[in-house]
Design a protein around this ligand. Structure first.
Ligand code: DI6
Ligand code: FE
Length: 394
């Protein structure tokens, strides 16, 4: 397939914005990129009439697979309850755990496909999917199996993350260490043995797990050769980002309460900062993540939806880009890198996120000319077409 008369945001270091360009796809890969004047002449080329082409979008942090919803908790928080208060009252993550345990694999697949389809309609070609609402060995594996099934059901690449260290379930209340020993670590070994897991995440927070507890999980993950990532510094500063960096984490996510030492540790380890404005917005958080500090240290920033029923009931990655610009003053260029090349880095993937020879032919084609048009609109995504692995969506 030869795409002609395209405007490219290549997300490479070389001239990033190329007008009147062509891209040749061969199989699943990009075989050639360059100016129209040098394009290999071919029948059956697709004339894009100057439309913008970006790498396919990568949503590198989602909790896409879950049962039920949290509209009741939304009302409680509007009446003044905090996220922590709702969690302590038996709501929050644990209420989604109840709904998720009660759901069959088929139910979970069908509700997740509904959300996934909305993501694909906005240009996503790779999505990370976390477990974390099962919290038994069997239920965590159930969620990871659904994550794998999504990839077979739709033209998308799924990166599956075990987040068994998400919350302490009611049956282990006050016994977080026992939970890690009896559920989290065994789930890790079982998921790895079945090839169901690509990385390991945790929630390091007062209402979840301490740094020392997260470290136990990370040590086990690293023994299995699995990369780690962490929900860190979302509601308070426990030094989670620095802990993650010490374990060579691919990413540390949220980071509203990140300090200079954490940012420095991330820079040294090459850990990507995943910015999640949807959760910030939903929780009516007032402290934004320290974007300037991350810039100063040269920490790569990704942007993701955090799609989850509690703190980010959203599927739109372009809306997350818009929020990151408006709420955090990230630039349109930064947020585009945040959903392409830096999001790929957050998943440890070097074969996507840029338009260059040899990269996967995962592309989004937009009814737009200027990349800023992707992040400036609210609730209207100008996707024209999507290509995953060289195949144009029907
Ligand atoms: N932080 C989040 O924003 C999500 N998980 C996490 O550790 C929220 C999960 C939920 O409230 O259901
Ligand atoms: Fe999350």
């Amino acid at each position: 397939m030869l795409l002609t008369h395209a405007t490219l945001a290549t997300m490479t270091d070389r001239p990033d914005f190329v007008e009147d360009a062509a891209i040749q796809l061969e199989g699943e890969r990009i075989a050639w990129v360059g100016p129209m004047s040098e394009a290999p002449v071919r029948d059956g080329s697709v004339n894009l009439g100057g439309r913008l082409v970006t790498p396919g979008l990568i949503d590198c942090h989602t909790h896409l697979v879950h049962g039920g919803n949290r509209a009741r908790e939304f009302k409680m928080r509007l009446d003044g309850a905090s996220y922590e208060e709702v969690a302590q009252a038996g709501g929050g993550i644990v209420s989604t755990v109840r709904a998720t345990r009660a759901a069959s694999e088929a139910d979970l697949l069908s509700s997740a496909l509904g959300r996934l389809d909305r993501m694909l309609a906005e240009g996503v070609t790779t999505v990370e999917v976390k477990s974390g609402y099962g919290l038994t060995v069997a239920d965590e594996l159930k969620l990871l199996r659904v994550a794998r099934a999504l990839e077979r059901a739709r033209p998308v690449t799924v990166h599956a993350t075990l987040l068994a260290a998400h919350a302490v379930p009611p049956e282990f209340k006050g016994r977080a260490d026992d939970y890690l020993h009896e559920v989290c670590i065994p789930a890790l070994h079982a998921a790895h043995a079945e090839g169901l897991v690509d990385s390991v995440d945790g929630f390091c927070e007062g209402i979840a797990f301490s740094p020392a507890q997260i470290e136990r999980v990370f040590v086990e993950a690293r023994k299995l050769g699995l990369p780690v990532r962490l929900h860190a510094e979302q509601l308070s500063n426990l030094g989670g980002a620095a802990l993650a960096a010490r374990h060579g984490a691919l990413s540390a996510d949220h980071l509203e309460y990140l300090d200079a030492a954490g940012a420095l540790a991330m820079a040294e380890a090459g850990t990507v900062a995943v910015i999640l404005p949807g959760a910030f917005y939903t929780l009516r958080e007032t402290q934004p993540p320290p974007i300037d500090l991350l810039r100063q240290h040269g920490v790569r920033m990704a942007v993701a939806t955090d799609c989850n029923p509690g703190t980010a009931p959203m599927t739109s990655l372009p809306l997350a880009m818009n929020m990151a610009c408006t709420l955090f003053r990230m630039t349109p260029d930064e947020v585009l890198a945040g959903v392409t090349t830096h999001a790929a880095a957050a998943l440890g993937l070097s074969d996507r996120g840029r338009i260059a020879v040899g990269q996967r032919a995962d592309l989004a084609i937009w009814e737009a000319r200027d990349p800023a048009e992707l992040s400036y609109r609210i609730g209207a995504t100008p996707l024209y077409a999507r290509i995953h692995g060289g195949r144009l969506d029907a």
